[in-house]
Write a protein that binds this ligand. Structure first.
Ligand code: PHE
Length: 533
């Protein structure tokens, strides 16, 4: 396999990287998670823990992901192996976690694609709830169903084909292009939606419901936990995805400034979505002569696929609103899912030496089959809900704790990574960064994880049977660990000779000042040195 000598793929520009990173961050989580979470956790007052979480954990851990990927120039498994030969498994844990998320995330994009089509004749009216769970998903009991629902399976195949083609075109021509097209379109479409929403009757009441602060909630630890959880999922951090994306950056690239742009762009989109969604809900309440507080189904799939369709059916010009809304969901979801799959496909290339196309086809086919088998059946919605709960509340939090503790305390590479970011970027970070990622983040995340494990063990989840939670919830986590161990144990086919890899710029403990200056005239073609990177 010739992969050891192949040049690493690259973004065609800094803007390409930033757009792709924003595309990954802005996803279904922004549109259907944030508004509901903010509303349930203190409304306007939630913005305080939310911004606090963004500044103390979101952006610092985003920087950490960037530093690892950019300095060690690999997808998560390769980058972690270059950090230390025994830590590759952490990278695979993140990659398999992403893989698990991708198989159900694709299903939601497929639903949105179907609903885009249904918008033409408002097919869900008059009873959008029964239409969604009954006519469309044909939801049955929590069981392992083998009965495929063709209405879901067909758009799901379309989604996987689109993913396969994008990945096969490579980082610059596929992933970057897709983001260049879809992200601006998404922003325009969404701003249009928000303008329409805030001009509907009742919109002001909706916004009041969202933003009226309930200050007493600030003393509730659950609210702070919700803020941190939202930031993690929303910024796509600790999934190995940002490690992968930054490994395709040139050696000299302004990393921290890009991170700030990405972090604030994502949160702005999130708040915009909150405004759009709640203005629309205000209209629904007005239409039904009730208050927003009395409405149900304000977050998650139900918000997007039941409550929103119900509003759309009542609204003048609803069809058009529906088309734009579901197109936005598809675009936001698509630019996120290709980032997840690029992480998986890139990792397979790095370790096994497959080419871009080979691994795009292989990875997409395997994911597509699993995705269709599990999530287009009559038990798809329940499986999705369960896997999502465990992947996001256990898997990702565990990943972030392990990653921060490992880097700062076990390998003691915090200073080196800080040096790296400062050497290549214009926005310099101080020692506070190490305190945030090494102390504050692991403590808070550890507390969150413990709380969540206790709740899931004592209260179960949504009343689903124990055997079901054991299979799809805890089973998903066990699956991730086992597959990560197996992949780590397999021999490397590419990048065998890692002794030759030299991180650039060179770091000497205690010598950061001089090295910073040197980096300015460092080798542009450095990517060609070392192990053929
Ligand atoms: N950040 C994306 C969202 O808000 C979801 C996502 C999670 C994307 C994990 C990539 C990885 O929907």
């Amino acid at each position: 396999m010739a992969a050891t000598t192949r040049q690493r793929e690259q973004w065609s520009s800094q803007t390409g990287f930033i757009l792709a990173a924003i595309g990954s961050a802005v996803g279904l989580g922004n549109i259907w998670r944030f508004p509901g979470v903010a509303y349930e956790n203190g409304g306007g007052a939630f913005l305080i823990p939310y911004l606090f979480a963004l500044l103390t954990a979101g952006i610092p851990i985003l920087f950490l992901d960037y530093a690892i990927g950019h300095r060690f120039r690999g997808t998560a498994p390769l980058a972690f192996r270059r950090l230390h030969k025994n830590t590759e498994v952490v990278g695979w844990f993140q990659i398999i976690l992403s893989f698990v998320i991708s198989v159900y995330y694709a299903a939601v994009i497929a639903w949105a694609l179907s609903y885009f089509v249904f918008s033409f004749d408002l097919r869900w009216a008059p009873d959008s709830l029964n239409f969604f769970v009954g006519d469309y998903l044909q939801v049955g009991d929590p069981e392992i169903s083998t009965q495929i629902v063709s209405g879901v399976a067909i758009p799901l195949v379309v989604v996987w084909v689109a993913i396969l083609v994008t990945l096969a075109l490579g980082v610059a021509k596929g992933v970057e292009k897709a983001n260049m097209i879809f992200l601006p379109l998404l922003v325009v479409a969404f701003i249009g939606l928000v303008i329409r929403a805030v001009t509907l009757p009742g919109a002001a009441d909706g916004l009041n419901a969202l933003f009226t602060p309930d200050w007493s909630e600030l003393f509730n630890p659950a609210v702070w936990i919700a803020a941190y959880a939202q930031i993690f999922f929303s910024l796509s951090i600790a999934f190995g995805i940002m490690i992968t994306y930054s490994s395709y950056q040139r050696r000299k690239a302004n990393m921290t400034s890009s991170g700030l742009v990405v972090g604030f762009a994502n949160s702005s989109f999130e708040i915009l979505a909150g405004i759009g969604v709640f203005a629309t809900l205000g209209f629904l309440a007005w239409d039904q002569s009730t208050t927003v507080g009395e409405l149900e189904g304000l977050s998650g799939p139900i918000l997007s696929f039941v409550t929103f369709p119900a509003v759309i059916a009542e609204m003048p010009g609803g069809s058009f609103f529906g088309l734009v809304f579901f197109a936005s969901l598809v675009m936001a979801g698509f630019t996120s899912i290709i980032s997840i799959l690029q992480g998986v496909s890139g990792a397979v290339q790095d370790k096994f030496g497959f080419g871009v196309r080979q691994s795009a086809v292989g990875v997409s086919l395997v994911c597509a089959v699993i995705s269709i088998a599990l999530f287009s059946t009559t038990s798809g919605l329940i499986a999705l809900d369960t896997v999502d709960q465990w992947a996001n509340n256990i898997g990702i939090v565990l990943s972030a704790i392990v990653m921060t503790v490992l880097l700062v305390w076990v390998l003691r590479r915090g200073e080196e990574l800080r040096f790296h970011l400062n050497a290549v970027s214009t926005f310099k970070i101080g020692r506070w960064w190490i305190l945030l990622i090494g102390v504050l983040a692991p403590l808070l995340l550890g507390y969150m994880l413990l709380q969540r494990i206790i709740t899931l063990l004592t209260e179960g989840y949504e009343g689903y049977p124990d055997w079901y939670l054991l299979t799809f919830g805890w089973g998903a986590i066990a699956f991730i660990v086992v597959v990560a161990l197996i992949l780590t144990a397999l021999p490397w086919r590419a990048h065998r000779d890692e002794e030759g890899f030299e991180p650039w710029p060179p770091y000497r403990e205690g010598g950061s000042g001089a090295a910073t200056a040197r980096s300015a005239d460092g080798p542009d073609g450095a990517d060609r040195k070392g192990t053929g990177q």
